[in-house]
Design a protein around this ligand. Sequence first.
Ligand SMILES: C[S@@+](CC[C@H](N)C(=O)[O-])C[C@H]1O[C@@H](n2cnc3c(N)ncnc32)[C@H](O)[C@@H]1O
Length: 280
Amino acid sequence: MAKKEKSHRKKVRRRVNRKNSKVQFDKYELYRKAVQSAETDVQFIRDTYVELKGKQPRVFREDFCGTFALSNEWIKLNPRHEAIGIDLDPEPMAYGRQHYLTQLKPEQQRRMKLIEGNVLDPNLPKADIVAAMNFSYFCFKQRDLLKKYFANVYKTLGKDGIFLVDLFGGSQCYDAIEDTIKHEGFTYYWDQTNFDPVTNEALFHIHFRVKGQKIERVFTYDWRLWSIPELRDIMAEVGFRKSHVYWEGTAADGSGDGNFTRVDHGEACQSWIAYIVAEK
Ligand SMILES: C[S@@+](CC[C@H](N)C(=O)[O-])C[C@H]1O[C@@H](n2cnc3c(N)ncnc32)[C@H](O)[C@@H]1O
């Protein structure tokens, strides 16, 4: 009897310890710090519109908006700006409402419209700029489906509208690799698995290490890796008059320098990020 009690107490202690050791973290905050640069992205987006159209844009639509960090920065950039964020998932949108929207003044909040819905919906509000960032449209693996999405963007853009997507590539994309980047207070891991050369599909995970504990698969993405010419062909097929590629410059240490300029040819880097901007 005494023995039993002892082992039971042990179990309880073990359970309590496990509970205490479960590290608390804010996954969207770590994601924002590790992956997003919303403040500079919106400046690039505005400047690109001005460069191509010779006038200021007003309405920005962020498809696959998640926590709508870009829309939030768009609103702050100019008092004339309006933003529309669309996402299927209520969880990141609720986070954005609680953490970002509440930081805006009431007048700024009135310029933001949030839609819990599908980017394929033919009745989405019109915009000067539609952006699909952080490779979100890679979730459309079938060409017909991606084409349907691009056609919907074309239809719901204003007359002088532009459509902006980012993408990545390079020989490293075909390897099972785990990139590790240390940030203040946490480590970010970008883990690529299962690249299939027959389908060009791969599975990606984001892990974080917080307070000495690695939390696996905080975010997972099941994507097809599309190429620049494939995407530009589809953009042309759905009616976009022109598309341009913005390629990142190289810093002294060989990494990307964060400055994107319009190019006709790229470089065969191990890993690259680019934007494609299509004009209606
Ligand atoms: C990779 S996250 C990107 C979030 C945000 N754009 C960013 O830059 O971090 C992809 C988002 O797309 C959303 N999503 C996936 N399919 C969608 C669809 N058909 N319509 C609207 N949102 C979709 C998911 O809910 C998820 O929040």
